[in-house]
Design a binder for this molecule. Structure first.
Ligand code: CP
Length: 328
């Protein structure tokens, strides 16, 4: 395995070998220890990350912004509505200009059918790393923090862990598919058996599911699909109930939300947690729709690791920036 990540785009964990992902988790754990004892890590002095957010964010924006500051650099927070992107400036020109100005371009663009294509167009014309801060396909920053959190809880050997990646009811907004898609792609590579649960019609992207099945087969693990939330929870070591939009239900957001409202019983409760293993952990990328996706008793309870999972966004973001940037 090469340790040379310099200049590589970070758009999907699928672009990296398992050994390379391990190195990211190892470095994240190292950065976490250094942060805990107040050791400075100015590994990217005076480097600039241009962060373009087409969608809202709390954790992702601030883990990148705090992370690059802690590495000795700086981030520009950019809203495309106040960029010339709003007047139609194309991704190619944006990529080439920011490549001349700084050291990485980081983007969140979750619009279904648009976001990943925009990132790939930027990457094609950028001479600095393009970092995916979530698109319609993938949320690689999140899944790296999830892998780190699972390793902290269960150790480095995660083979045989049973993980329930389940849809849950939410009304705040139609959440992207990218978190569960990144999880079903990455977890089988770590030996985990994944059960994907969702109400009929709330499918993930078929090509992603096919790739995840292939990945599971190659890794000697299982990826099973059920339309029964309880079934997924039974005996699980890790449960991740989280909403996503039914983008294959309809093109019309109102029609999708009408379908969502038929499934209010897809909520994570103490009774459902009883179905999982006694030592099981509850995870969620956050923000969670409290009282809809999950009740307070679970998300604030002893099995919940959501705050550690969110903290790990900082350490994994720093590791990914430290590895991919700095080539100029
Ligand atoms: N989990 C996550 O990506 O959080 P934000 O939407 O707040 O960035």
């Amino acid at each position: 395995m090469s340790s040379m990540f310099r200049g590589r785009h970070f758009i999907s964990t699928q672009d990296f070998t398992k050994e390379e992902l391990d190195l990211i988790v190892d470095l994240s754990l190292d950065l976490k220890r250094r942060f805990a004892v107040g050791e400075l890590t100015p590994w990217l002095p005076y480097q600039t990350v241009f962060m373009i957010f087409f969608d809202e964010s709390t954790r992702t924006r601030n883990s990148i912004e705090a992370g690059i500051t802690q590495l000795g650099g700086h981030a520009h927070f950019l809203n495309p509505k106040t960029m010339q992107t709003a007047h139609g400036e194309v991704a190619r020109d944006t990529a080439m200009i920011f490549s001349r100005f700084g050291h990485a371009i980081a983007v969140r663009h979750c619009s279904f059918g648009i976001g990943n294509a925009f990132l790939n167009e930027l990457a094609k014309h950028s001479s600095v790393p393009v970092l995916n801060l979530q698109d319609d396909y993938y949320h690689p920053m999140q899944v790296m923090a999830d892998l780190m959190t699972i390793r902290e809880r269960f150790g480095v050997n995660t083979r045989g862990l049973k993980v329930a990646v389940s849809w849950a009811y939410a009304e705040s907004h139609l959440k992207p598919l990218s978190v569960p898609q990144s999880q079903i792609l990455a977890f089988p590579r770590y030996g985990m058996d994944v059960t994907l649960a969702y109400p009929e019609g709330f499918d993930l992207m078929p090509d992603i599911v096919d790739k995840a099945k292939q990945s599971a087969e190659e890794s000697g693990t299982k990826l099973e699909i059920t339309h029964d939330m309880d079934e997924a929870f039974k005996g699980a070591d890790v449960v991740i109930p989280k909403s996503w939009g039914g983008f294959y239900v309809s093109d019309n957001p109102d029609e999708i939300m009408a379908e969502v409202r038929k499934h209010k019983d897809w909520i994570c409760t103490p009774e459902r947690m009883e179905l999982a293993a006694k030592h099981s952990i509850y995870m969620h990328a956050l923000p969670a729709d409290r009282g809809r996706e999950v009740v307070d008793e679970v998300i604030d309870g002893p099995q919940s690791v959501v705050i550690d999972e969110a903290e790990n966004r900082l350490h994994t973001a720093k590791a990914i920036m430290a590895l991919t940037m700095g080539g100029k």
